[in-house]
Design a protein. Structure first.
Ligand SMILES: C[S@@+](CC[C@H](N)C(=O)[O-])C[C@H]1O[C@@H](n2cnc3c(N)ncnc32)[C@H](O)[C@@H]1O
Length: 345
């Protein structure tokens, strides 16, 4: 595990290892894979995937991949049932938190401004992470190829990150369980008039992605990796879809120095939900946080080498650990950005 500190971070190339032949790969088509039988389905031009499209049938198991309002539905029926309670609870909580807006400008301003003012603090974290990612990490990836990068935005929510990547000329694909037009993939419709073509959106789960092996340059989990119920499985599925040399990015997931502190946070969070909403919001067995030990385990298990970046979130954020210590409170979460490249064989 390498740490890129504040001084080093000014040179993004310090964190990047010598590299594989990404530049010979095409980025204008996407190979789909059947989530039922896992055989290759078809290859479609990237830009046609974001548009209304007729269903695609698997020639092996005859399962059909269909769309609803432009969103590809790639979640198995049994898994829809599995996630139903989570999706219901999640939507309730997000609505109560004042997420989403009927104003299209709200979505177009993300992550830099929260025009509702309901979650400004969180969007200010997102915007700092995004700026750091774009200038220090993405720019290094861009330097290696002379074509758009193909990027999986995993747990994309309303798709703001895919929107920003598409604006930069890249080829993102937004993946999420939620299709709501307020806070899920449906909300991404607001970006369509600000882009030459809307990026593709897939309702799918992190652990069963509808994409064929070895084709994407980058997979980003922005504030979503800690929703995984099994980091090992989620990472294995991501690595399957990345090409050799492709990059995994985990951002805005809480990390703690020790397991006990993470467990304490989860307990406090559940009590808070129970008090505010009458349910603990724990229908998924999400892993909820990262620790150094958890990352080291994944590093060994998947033959990765994490590079840890420390974006600055301002002086108040930086003082949180000291204040918590002085007040004898639990250690606060840290947000780091972790990246790793899939090793070339
Ligand atoms: C906190 S939101 C982050 C959204 C967005 N990436 C952002 O930065 O604002 C986490 C997202 O992960 C999605 N999610 C959680 N578990 C998932 C799973 N197993 N498969 C796909 N998406 C999942 C949720 O539906 C939610 O939209």
């Amino acid at each position: 595990m390498q740490l890129v500190g504040a001084q080093q971070a000014s040179d993004p190339m310090l964190s990047v290892r010598p590299f594989s032949p990404l530049s010979v790969v095409r980025s204008d088509s996407v190979r789909l894979h059947c989530i039922g039988c896992k055989s290759d389905l078809t290859t479609l031009p990237y830009h046609s995937l974001g548009q209304e499209h007729k269903p695609v049938e698997c020639t092996h198991c005859l399962a059909k991949l269909t769309q609803h309002q432009g969103i590809w539905l790639a979640l198995l029926e049994c898994r829809q049932r599995y996630f139903a309670r989570f999706m219901h609870d999640y939507e309730l909580v997000r609505e109560a938190e004042g997420r989403g807006s009927s104003d299209p400008e709200f979505y177009l301003s993300l992550p830099f401004q929260d025009r509702t003012g309901h979650n400004s603090w969180q969007w200010s974290i997102r915007s700092r992470t995004f700026r750091y990612f774009a200038t220090r990490i993405l720019s290094a990836l861009e330097g290696r190829v002379s074509r758009p990068l193909t990027v999986l935005d995993l747990g994309a929510g309303n798709g703001w990150l895919s929107y920003r990547l598409a604006q930069l000329g890249h080829h993102p694909i937004a993946v999420d369980l939620q299709t709501s037009s307020f806070d899920g993939l449906g909300a991404a419709i607001h970006y369509q008039h600000s882009l030459p073509k809307l990026f593709p959106r897939f309702q799918a789960e992190l652990d069963r992605l509808p994409f064929a092996n070895g084709q994407f340059d980058c997979a980003i989990f922005n504030a979503s990796f800690h929703y995984s119920e099994n980091y090992d499985r989620t990472l294995a599925e991501t690595i399957r879809c990345l090409r050799p040399g492709g990059t995994i990015v985990i951002a805005d997931s809480p990390s703690y120095s020790r397991e006990e502190v993470g467990l304490q946070m989860v307990e406090e969070r559940r009590k808070g939900f129970q008090k505010s909403y009458g349910f603990a919001s724990d229908s998924l067995h999400s892993r909820e946080y990262l620790t150094r030990d958890r990352l080291l385990y994944l590093e060994t298990r998947h033959n990765l080498e994490w590079v840890t970046y420390k974006p600055s979130y301002g002086i108040r954020w930086a003082c949180r650990p000291t204040l918590a210590w002085a007040r004898r409170r639990r250690e606060p979460s840290q947000f780091r950005i972790y990246t790793a490249q899939v090793k070339t064989v």
